[in-house]
Design a protein around this ligand. Sequence first.
Ligand code: SF4
Length: 328
Amino acid sequence: MPRIFSGIQPSGELHIGNYLGAIKNWVALQAQYESIFSVVDLHAITVTYTPEDLRRRTREMAISLLAAGVDPQQCALFVQSAVPEHAELQWIFNTVTPLGELERQTQFKDKASRQEQVMAGILNYPVLQAADILLYLADRVPVGEDQVQHLELSRVIARNWNSRFAPADQPYFPEPQPQLTPTRRIVGLDGSAKMSKSLNNTIGLLETPDEMWAKLRPAVTDPARVKKSDPGSPDNCAVVFGLHKAFSTQETVAEVETKCRGAAWGCVDCKKALFEHMNAELTPIRSRAQALAEQPRLVDDALESGAEKARTIARQTMAHVKEQMGLA
Ligand code: SF4
């Protein structure tokens, strides 16, 4: 089975954009690949935060992932800092990564421009990403087409380390390839390009039906539909129609097309239909999350068994790396 690695930042409870864009893919992939999934808390400390908040967000993320269907029997799910080899390999990779490669990263330029004082961790963030993947000798990383270039630096680092410390005909680290996954970019409820917690335009995966409806009801729709009798176009309704395509049945999606264009129902009717389909998918997830929150031991056990699986591979990799580098 090919091995894949993927990580998610501990941003607390998942929102439906994360769920549809990434986590549903994880759930599908775990049956087809040896899957290593991590809540990457070491990536979350490059910005100001409080320890209590980070701990809470990490826990909530783990509960959301398990509730959404990430199955500890089928994959290794763990918190990144529970496997110290991530940071250890990152340091080693820092020594084979040209500074220019890091300074060129658009992510670095973006983040640095938004901060008064730029810490070295922001610059070295992609080196930790490379360590996350290569620690497990993962040959594939599930990404959407727009993220393919982010993997290039991991390949450069793998090549650089191999060329210095591995025989020419036996490279040790694989150059990880993108495992293209059908990503859905979920538009924010306010119609902005992306659903994002920082834009406050999301619906939390575990929100109650009342909370969900309170957010869905005022969501942006086709501006041509002022009155119920105005014909509209689902193509101009990226938020509601986008969510219908993600949650509703094909029959309902076809019904939306017809009724919207024919002014046969109002936007509130359309949103009510969506709300029902969303609830059908999300209710079992909410119930599982509640059960997990009430039985913290189940979450601890799942994360600990995932960390143990991950550590076994990580220790083997580090033993080989150190041996080759004269460190052991
Ligand atoms: Fe959007 Fe539905 Fe209203 Fe059409 S009827 S504009 S798809 S909410």
